[in-house]
Design a binder for this molecule. Structure first.
Ligand code: SF4
Length: 367
């Protein structure tokens, strides 16, 4: 197949779904790591196509959703500092922190600007040399190389007022943390497509080798996801877990070496704090000592009050796959995209936002 619409062919999708139904003899739980997959699964009604034996759970693949409340509070505290401009992707602005939000800080006079890339933030710094410009670096391995490139660009141009607050997170260590916790028994993992374009499939080998669980990296069209489900169910039925790529038009086993090199040049691997999961060793990226002058943790130190989760919000459970959004009592009543209580309802990749947007339209199964 060459064109995207070929990956949306309804007849082929039903054929694949029938094949999965014929293959599947026992209940299995598949986790889609990536928020993009969650949205595609709900948008295209893929759950309804699958047999009752195949349950799908969303995982910690929405970068805004997994940003820990303490980290969010830190970003908000920096926004209130004098002579500071916060530059951030749009999703972060509406996420409620423990006591405020970036949106509220902006309403109270803080200079909070939405940017579409880290390079935009470098330009803001260049044009405002008297201010400290702090870019909130969130995201997984997908975005980290571009943010590394922005640090190198600021260095090359001698821009000293550009700083990155690095909340970047790494995928394989958190998959390991979920498998170690055993809270939800997973039979297969739908590997993240965009992340894997950068890191390849090799870093996931431990999933099948150490845990006996299959991992198939998927694209984002309906046939991509159904092919992935078919592959995983077949692996499970045969008792042959493997790591495979069902998205070869985007992912190579070795990943993108240039992007990986950029990341390694600017970042060191360190622990990261995940909403709902806590501190996971070696699951984050910190700015290397060589580039410490671009590190917002050093340039703009703040000590916000201890963080707390929004009352009643189950985002922490949702990102672990321990609950689905409909199990949250606030869903659709108190918490909506217009008035979100937690990040999973704010972000374009959040599971609650996906359920809110698509589930009632297509009669999705809520399991
Ligand atoms: S519905 Fe709202 S409050 Fe509930 S888990 Fe989702 S984002 Fe949090």
């Amino acid at each position: 197949m060459k064109f995207v619409d070929e990956y949306q062919d309804s007849e082929l999708a039903h054929k694949l779904a029938r094949r999965i139904t014929a293959l599947s003899t026992k209940p299995v739980v598949l986790m889609e790591f990536c928020g993009g997959h969650t949205h595609a699964i709900l948008r295209y009604g893929i759950r309804q196509l699958l047999p009752d034996t195949v349950e799908m759970r969303s995982g910690p693949g929405c970068p805004v959703c997994v940003t820990a409340p303490a980290d969010l509070d830190k970003a908000i505290a920096i926004a209130y500092l004098p002579d500071t401009i916060i530059a951030t992707f749009g999703d972060m602005v509406k996420v409620p922190g423990s006591r405020s939000s970036l949106q509220q800080a902006k309403a109270e006079g803080a200079d909070v600007r939405i940017v579409y890339s880290a390079m935009d933030a470098v330009s803001i710094a260049e044009n405002n040399p008297e201010k400290s410009v702090v870019f909130i670096g969130i995201g997984f391995e997908t975005t980290a190389p571009t943010i590394a490139a922005s640090v190198l660009k600021a260095d090359e141009k001698g821009i000293s007022n550009f700083h990155v607050l690095s909340f970047h997170k790494l995928t394989p260590p958190v998959v390991k943390a979920l498998l170690n916790s055993g809270e939800t028994k997973l039979d297969g993992i739908i590997g993240p497509g965009h992340v894997s374009v950068v890191i390849g499939s090799q870093p996931y080998q431990f999933i099948s080798e150490d845990y006996g669980v299959g991992c198939v990296i998927s694209g984002f069209e309906p046939l991509d996801i159904l092919l992935t489900g078919d592959n995983l169910v077949e692996q499970i039925e045969k008792g042959e877990p493997r790591v495979e790529i069902a998205y070869p038009r985007g992912v190579k086993p070795e990943g993108n070496k240039q992007a990986l090199k950029l990341m390694q040049q600017v970042f060191d691997v360190g622990e990261a704090n995940w909403r709902g999961i806590g501190i996971v060793p070696e699951s984050g990226l910190k700015i290397r000592a060589e580039y410490a002058r671009f590190d917002a943790d050093i340039a703009s130190p703040v000590s916000p009050e201890p963080a707390k989760e929004p009352e009643g919000c189950r985002c922490g459970d949702v990102v672990r796959g321990a609950a689905n959004p409909l199990e949250c009592k606030l869903f659709g009543k108190v918490c909506t995209p217009e008035s979100p209580v937690g990040p999973c309802m704010v972000s374009n990749e959040g599971a609650c936002a996906a359920y809110y947007k698509y589930a009632s339209d297509n009669g999705a199964r809520y399991d």
